[in-house]
Design a protein around this ligand. Sequence first.
Ligand SMILES: [Zn+2]
Length: 196
Amino acid sequence: MFYKVLILELLVIGGLVTLRVRQNAEEGPTTTASQVDLPASEVAVTPLPDRPLRPVTNAVEGRFTFPVAGHGPQHVISVFGDKRGSSRKHKGIDIKAPRGTQVVATTDGFIERVREGGSGGKQVYLRDGRGRLYYYAHLDSWEVEEFAAVEAGDVLGTVGDTGNAKGTTPHLHFEVLLGKKKEAIDPLPLFLAAAK
Ligand SMILES: [Zn+2]
């Protein structure tokens, strides 16, 4: 498999070098990339088997680390589904902890996004190997960069009150989001099951 990719890359690089040489030679009209005829690959392309996509599910399996170091479900001060105003509902759980407490990766994965702004303040998005997205908000500081690979328990940042939590009790707002529509599910069962 590796060699197939290597051969393909060599062919592509070969084509680009040819293009560069032609352009430098200033012969005739300038050749654009779209006009270059790349040599055909000698590697036969096998079509992917016709398999249905496996949807991301909320099956509770494996090991989940509680997202705040030294804390547990007993420190949750607002649960999934709590009312927020007249129509909105809480899409995650709030975990109370002193400012500066370490926020950790709940599972193995990679950091999909680190951003600051809006109601979430300092935020981190962690993506796992099953496609689930874990959202951390109101952080005081970050300890990771985007695209870093992390293992469960690795420190992502610290608890704070940034965003619309400014001035409230420092806490981590934590969500678990599924699929393309980022459907929020109740994160608490993940930890209750893991604690058994
Ligand atoms: Zn919250």
